[in-house]
Design a protein around this ligand. Structure first.
Ligand code: NAP
Length: 342
């Protein structure tokens, strides 16, 4: 590969794809040529990259001739269909979907944790689930110091985690309520306003992210244990998670209670978290300082706070971690992986 890379983004018009483009530009990734791909609906539209208009093309099997690095962000079905073509054409693929994450031949990478795994790739590297990536940004340094055994967590996930149509749904439902000048006790909207989620998302909290498994957990909830084990090389990690969609536009938050092998104190945990890469420690409840979705939205770093000894676990620590899932949970992490390749 020469110094400048031919980079392709499949899903360039989506919530993640737009951020990928921004990350490539802001981080001054060595882009020599850029191929932007989406569905036929977007073909012909233009977007700006470093001040130049780039035309979106329709994603096809032969879209990857000469491409060095292909960032995929168009859903699992598209990944399964088109990634083999990209690999065959000689591109190294970073995939944002869940299609290849648990494939033994595909590294699953958060660069702050297991950048070394990138070297083992055979053409595809997977980007983790967004809630898992954000949680691990705080859990990994604690694990290195104290050895995590198991965790209990509840997520508060933003609608942009579902993509562009879900962002539009929360905007539309909120406007619909405000437009009618309704009161607080009159918030239920007509059924035809509910399109993306199974229930109204505005003024609501849905304990339902992804599809349900026979166990009663959702697929999203099991990603924390499955992907956490693979990324941290920790095959005995156990995680019981409840994932909740909330009417927040951008940035996921996760309440975690983790149990460790070694005794843990809040001060010792502070020491570890203060120096963790990609993480800010925001923890002064007396001054009302703790990580907020609004504060981490648009930021590269995740934030951790509300640290306290867990009163129901031995060697337990409870904390709150928040991060922009479009960035660390998707686009930024993918571009960081691409940086490992160059
Ligand atoms: P999105 O906003 O719905 O965007 C989907 C993208 O895929 C659009 O560019 C769309 O193009 C393109 N696409 C759809 N159908 C296509 C087709 N038949 N051929 C070619 N392109 C097609 O979704 P997103 O939130 O960006 O998510 C994309 C992927 O990233 C998903 O696999 C998701 O699970 C994963 N992910 C998302 C997040 C997040 O926070 N959103 C986090 C981690 C991982 P058009 O505009 O032309 O329709």
């Amino acid at each position: 590969m020469s110094h400048l890379k031919h980079v392709a983004i499949a899903g360039a018009t989506g919530a993640v794809g737009v951020e990928m483009l921004r990350c490539l530009e802001q981080r001054n990734f060595p882009v020599g040529q850029l191929t932007l791909l989406a569905s036929a609906r977007s073909a012909g539209k233009t977007v700006k990259f470093k001040g130049t208009d780039v035309t979106i093309k329709e994603l096809k099997a032969d879209s990857f001739e000469g491409v060095d690095i292909a960032l995929f962000s168009a859903g699992g079905g598209i990944s399964k269909e088109f990634i083999p073509h990209a690999v065959k054409a000689g591109a190294v693929v970073v995939d944002n979907s869940s299609a290849y994450r648990m494939d033994d031949s595909v590294p699953l990478v958060v660069p702050e944790i297991n950048a070394e795994d990138v070297k083992k790739h055979k053409g595809i590297i997977a980007n983790p689930n967004c809630t898992t990536a954000i949680t691990l940004m705080a859990l990994w340094p604690l694990h290195q110091a104290f050895g995590v055994k198991r965790l209990f967590a509840s997520s508060y996930q933003a609608v942009s985690g579902t993509g562009a149509q879900a962002i539009e749904e929360l905007e539309r439902q909120t406007r619909e309520w405000a437009k009618a000048e309704r009161k607080w006790d009159d918030v239920r909207l007509p059924a035809d306003q509910v399109k993306v989620y199974p229930h109204q998302i505005a003024f609501n909290a849905l304990p339902h992210v992804d599809s349900f498994l026979d166990s009663g957990y959702t697929k999203e909830e099991m990603k924390m244990e499955n992907e956490g084990r693979k990324i941290m090389h920790h095959p005995t990690l156990r995680a019981s998670v409840t994932c909740v969609r909330v009417p927040v536009f951008r940035a996921h938050s996760v309440a975690v209670s983790a149990e460790f092998e070694k005794p843990v104190t809040v001060e010792a945990a502070y020491e570890v978290l203060r120096t963790a890469k990609g993480l800010d420690l925001v923890d002064d409840p007396t001054l009302k300082k703790y990580p907020l979705a609004l504060d981490v939205a648009g930021k590269d770093n995740c934030a951790v706070g509300r640290l306290r000894l867990d009163c129901a676990l031995d060697n337990g620590l409870a904390f709150w971690v928040a991060g922009d899932q479009l960035l660390k949970g998707a686009a930024l992490n993918a571009v960081q992986i691409a940086e490992c390749l160059v």
